[in-house]
Design a protein around this ligand. Structure first.
Ligand code: HEM
Length: 402
């Protein structure tokens, strides 16, 4: 039985190529070492209109980290850091060893779908004398009643999202960035996340979160006519945030799941909280995972098939004047807490062209009356301006910093 990977387009292409080569070369004697598996050899391009780590499928392993600039670091120092980080990232994403890298941690692995994404927090603009260029979209998020935020693990001057399908590759990338930041920026917080390993399921499928639900089904699709305008800042933007063309805003929330309470619910109760079946992610209005949810359907018992407070009803663009975001999350599990409960949940990362039209109105509504919120605690929060991608010879954020 041959298991197919879920490494996304690049991985699938590598699998097909590998299959074809295998068939054609069945008689040939292979010389030299075996080629990397499809998981290791899959590479995502660094250069392009958008940074990597937004449109690619979420990888199996991730580090999210924020850095604060040292008191002595000015705009020039920040620009030099972004140049160093960009150059090393271009190398690592292509499977090359960055200049001066003697860490050796990822030496035998291919790029393994590595993506590294950089963002600027609200405070970055004050520290670098660029307050006049700070976008309005970086206004602090409002307080929500389900918030129990730890400021030490929230916000930050610079944000880094590292994802890859190999843990040593993600660790190596993080260490490399940390070394390159020495003297300019210090790590403020770090979180580690995971998703299913490519190839673990028979068919590529939407991932599951730690409540066991299939999560990510009704995300905006790149084939949607309004995808780009919902997720990316338009190219023709004038004014203070013109440098954000092709960029996106990331809302990062560490959301702990009250798993002991959740696990006490019956399957039926759990499915009602979300509005979808746990086994295959189909909406409770019928059909399969990809069937559009019918929010008006009434069952034979006279009740709404998808309950009034079901998460997918309260969060749906249909009940939020079209507000939408691209959710690209990672699970986390950091052992257990003093009360014995698992310290586990979702590193929720939502991408949108404007948080005031994406995350904020939806979270306001979820906070008021969503069946799922009772089982969640938002423990940290960050909002970051993630500039567009860069071309060869440029660095990420150059249009802001040069
Ligand atoms: C949908 C789980 C937090 C926004 C879903 C679905 C699940 C889920 C299982 C259905 C499948 C899908 O379409 O992806 C969770 C969990 C959360 C969480 C476990 C926290 C740990 C949030 C937050 C927001 C959000 C904080 C936004 C503020 C959405 C949206 C949908 C959705 C927009 C799609 C609704 C639709 O149009 O069908 N979520 N969610 N979720 N969630 Fe969440």
């Amino acid at each position: 039985r041959r298991l197919l990977g879920t490494a996304g387009a690049a991985g699938a292409a590598a699998l097909v190529a590998g299959g074809a080569a295998g068939a054609a070369g069945a008689e040939a004697v292979r010389e030299g070492p075996d080629p990397l598996s499809s998981v290791g050899s899959a590479a995502v391009p660094f250069h392009g209109p958008h940074q990597s780590g937004i449109l690619q499928p979420a990888q199996a392993h991730a580090h999210l980290a924020a850095f604060d600039l040292m008191p002595t670091a000015d705009r020039k120092a920040a620009a030099a850091l972004m140049r160093r980080w960009s150059d090393a990232t271009a190398d690592m994403m292509d499977g090359r060893t960055p200049q001066g890298d003697e860490l050796g941690v990822a030496l035998d692995a291919g790029p393994s779908s590595l993506t590294i994404t950089f963002g600027f927090g609200r405070t970055f603009f004050d520290r670098t004398g660029l307050a006049a260029k700070r976008p309005d979209a970086l206004e602090p998020l409002p307080a929500f009643t389900a918030d129990a935020l730890d400021p030490k693990r929230s916000e930050g001057d610079l944000w880094v999202q590292i994802g890859a399908d190999d843990t040593l590759v993600t660790f190596h990338a993080l260490r490399m960035l940390q070394k390159l930041a020495a003297g300019t920026a210090r790590m403020r917080w770090q979180m580690n996340g995971f998703n299913r390993t490519p190839g673990a399921t028979e068919q590529p499928m939407t991932g599951r979160n730690l409540m066991g639900q299939i999560d990510g089904t009704n995300n905006p699709k790149q084939s949607d006519a309004n995808f780009n305008t919902r997720i990316f800042v338009p190219d023709d933007r004038n004014g203070a945030d013109g440098w954000m063309a092709g960029g996106s805003y990331a809302v990062v929330r560490r959301i702990r799941m009250l798993l002991d309470t959740w696990d006490n619910l019956s399957l039926d109760q759990q499915e009602k909280v979300i509005g979808r079946r746990k086994s295959d992610g189909a909406p409770l209005s019928g059909g399969q995972e990809t069937t559009r949810a019918d929010l008006n359907k009434v069952g034979s018992d006279g009740a709404l098939a998808i309950a009034g407070d079901a998460h997918i009803r309260v969060a749906s663009p249909a009940t939020n004047r079209g507000a939408a975001m691209l959710r690209r999350a990672f699970n986390y599990h950091d052992g257990f807490r003093d009360d014995g409960a698992p310290d586990a949940g979702l590193l929720f990362v939502a991408w949108q062209a404007d948080p005031l039209k994406g995350f904020t109105p939806v979270q306001r509504k979820l906070d008021r009356g969503d069946g799922l919120s009772r089982f969640l605690r938002h423990e940290s929060s960050g909002l970051f301006a993630v500039p567009g991608g860069c071309e060869r010879g440029e660095y990420v954020g150059q249009r802001l910093l040069e």
